[in-house]
Design a protein around this ligand. Structure first.
Ligand code: DQQ
Length: 456
């Protein structure tokens, strides 16, 4: 059934069936990448229908091909996590793979360990953090993110201070089991960055520190200085402007790369998700960097290129205004597209104000998803979603687009990401075209690859 579903992705990770949300416990351990995820194995909904949240588990050698492993954590039987095992992280504690997660209900922090990377034993003394710190009136108290410094383990915990704004709480431990609260690592402004922050991530990047949180809307990042366990944010921005991307988790691999996965939420009704029998997709792995202007850069991990199959290349294409230029011979709902548009080519007449791609396109254009740069508005649009994007004078527009059945992940000029979900209704929504409005557009090159499935 699930395999005949035309909306189920071919090369993005999905669980065997039913519900998935946040990536959890990302770690490279004994030479393999481990991915855990929030999972309801009994129904394609977060909770209810006889199920609550477990930790699903998969491993990979290359970040793109995954092998499902047995469920790593189930709720209960002890009271600390009897209503669900919520988001958290994984660390290597002297060879022991240790999961640090939130048990509900109420929200408390728990541990589980494994020596084989497959079977996990919950700590009998759970929770390791049961009570909230005194002196704060808090919203959430969840999603531990743990790292090691010279003088011990540190934990960032997602929260929000009532009437003040989203917050990350900082804890310290020498052994992962006994924790003491230090102080808030970062507190946001209610009007700017929301009332409560979920799924914090905190890591060093190119001489700075980066904090990423999910404020019940598009995930945001702060870049700043971290000294004596105090974080001073210098700027903040949006990690992904799409409606689908949420609760990303970042881990550092053995090459020092900050690798991020995020949950790509469904954008269709719960009834449709139940009918489909599955819900939730994992994003492609993304590599973060710090750009010269101090903002966060984001590109798909190079390993994604392992999935490239049949290749088409087009050069020097001129796209007339309001006359989509079909890429002849290109058909597919699992594609990577790399397109470079050169702005206002000298001698080519008036340049287009809007230029881009139409994907998952029916032959008559009656169904399509448009990805376009709007020069006048200074933004990138994917379907109905918008991200600010200012191209410098003479800077080409570089679109890297991943189409995978119901997933569209767009990376523009290494600095703007928009992930969304679309559900084409016609079976022939397989075309790709270049589009231009307000003048003609010029693409110096367009490469398209059909992408292989990640499953055997
Ligand atoms: N999802 C988890 C929580 C987290 C939220 C529950 C973010 O731990 O705060 O499934 O999507």
């Amino acid at each position: 059934e699930l395999h005949r579903d035309p909306h189920r992705p071919a090369y993005h990770f999905v669980p065997p069936a039913n519900w998935m949300n946040d990536p959890n416990g990302l770690i490279q351990w004994r030479g393999e990448y481990h991915m855990f995820y929030q999972h309801n194995p009994h129904a394609p909904v977060h909770e209810g229908r006889g199920g609550t949240i477990y930790w699903g588990h998969a491993v990979s050698q290359d970040l793109v091909h995954w092998r499902h492993l047995p469920i790593a954590l189930a709720p209960g039987p002890t009271p600390a996590d009897s209503a669900g095992v919520w988001s958290g992280c994984a660390v290597d504690n002297g060879g022991v793979l240790t999961l640090v997660y939130t048990g509900v209900d109420p929200e408390v922090q728990c541990l589980a360990t494994s020596t084989d990377g497959v079977h996990f034993t919950k700590y009998s003394g759970n929770p390791v953090i049961g009570a909230r710190p005194e002196g704060f009136d808090l919203w959430g108290f969840r999603d531990p993110y743990v790292w090691k410094e010279d003088d011990g383990w540190y934990m960032a915990l997602g929260s929000g201070i009532k009437g003040v704004g989203g917050a990350v709480l900082l804890y310290r431990s020498t052994n992962l089991y006994d924790w003491s609260f230090l102080h808030p690592l970062c507190v946001g402004k209610l009007e700017e960055t929301g009332y409560n922050w979920e799924c914090p991530n905190f890591f060093a990047l190119d001489g700075r520190h980066v904090l990423i949180v999910s404020p019940h809307s598009n995930p945001i990042y702060f870049v700043g200085k971290y000294e004596r366990h105090r974080f001073e944010p210098e700027r903040w921005g949006v990690v992904d402007y799409g409606p689908a991307f949420y609760a990303p988790q970042v881990f550092i691999d053995d090459r020092g790369r900050p690798i991020m996965f995020g949950w790509l939420k469904e954008q269709r009704s719960e009834a449709e998700q139940i009918r489909a029998g599955w819900s939730g997709v994992m994003s492609l792995p993304r590599i973060l960097s710090l750009r010269h202007d101090g903002t966060l850069g984001c590109e798909p991990a190079p390993e994604v290129q392992l999935l490239r199959a049949e290749h088409w290349r087009f050069e020097d294409l001129t796209v007339a205004q309001s006359a989509p230029l079909e890429l002849s011979g290109v058909r597919g709902d699992a594609l990577e597209i790399l397109a470079e548009f050169v702005p206002n080519r000298a001698g080519a007449g008036e340049g287009a104000h809007r230029a881009g791609l139409s994907v998952l396109r029916a032959p008559d254009g009656s169904e399509q998803t448009i990805i376009e740069y709007d020069q006048q508005a200074g933004c990138l649009r994917v379907g109905g979603e918008e991200a600010p994007l200012q191209l410098a004078a003479g800077e080409a527009l570089q679109l890297r687009v991943f189409v995978d059945r119901s997933v569209v992940e767009v990376f523009a000029n290494g600095r703007v990401c928009i992930a969304t979900r679309v559900y084409p209704q016609r079976p022939d929504c397989l075309g790709v075209a270049l589009v231009a409005q307000g003048g003609q557009a010029y693409a110096s090159s367009v490469d398209v690859w059909r992408m292989n499935s990640i499953w055997p």
